[in-house]
Design a binder for this molecule. Structure first.
Ligand SMILES: [Zn+2]
Ligand SMILES: [Zn+2]
Length: 167
């Protein structure tokens, strides 16, 4: 994901970048291309990039294990300052460009912001009912008649122990 900024005049530019998720090292969580819509504001002193990333993710639902495909997106702003000498910046969103450079590589940024776009809870649907812990049926499709109240009774072993002593 390279922007050869020396090809652009000062002013506003809009363009789209894309790279395969595999090439970016994101193939475990994503498939297809990672796309970034860029708005670039180039001036004699700096470049500001307003980026909007979209990607397709595939995962198994945390509750029911159903394979799920979702589009995720993320926005990020990057600024680059032209400097006379080579300088390092430890700020992820603010970087330096020395005179011997002529391009910006957005691969690391795309990687980072794609990962951040993933949901914390990976569900097929916010209302996913999951699987019955007793019979394994997918409760989104059909309810089962399992009685789960006993299964969930954390005091059951204690009660049975008490019963034994009382007999
Ligand atoms: Zn689910
Ligand atoms: Zn069941």
């Amino acid at each position: 994901m390279i922007i050869k900024y020396t090809n652009f005049s000062d002013g506003l530019h809009e363009f789209k970048l894309s790279e395969s998720s595999k090439k970016l090292g994101l193939e475990d969580l994503f498939f297809g291309d990672i796309e970034v819509d860029c708005k670039m504001d180039k001036s004699p002193h700096q470049i500001v990039l307003d980026c909007s990333l979209t990607a397709s993710t595939k995962y198994d639902c945390d509750r029911c294990a159903k394979e799920t495909i979702k589009m995720v997106s993320n926005n990020f702003l990057l600024s680059f300052m032209f400097t006379k000498e080579k300088q390092e910046s430890d700020n992820f969103n603010f970087k330096m460009l020395s005179p011997e450079e002529d391009k910006i590589d957005l691969s690391a940024d795309a990687y980072e912001y794609a990962e951040l776009a993933l949901p914390m809870k990976k569900l097929c649907n916010e209302e996913c009912k999951g699987l019955c812990p007793k019979c394994g049926r997918n409760l989104n499709e059909k309810f089962c008649n399992c009685d789960l109240t006993i299964e969930n009774d954390i005091w059951a072993p204690l009660k049975s122990l008490k019963d034994k002593f009382n007999n």
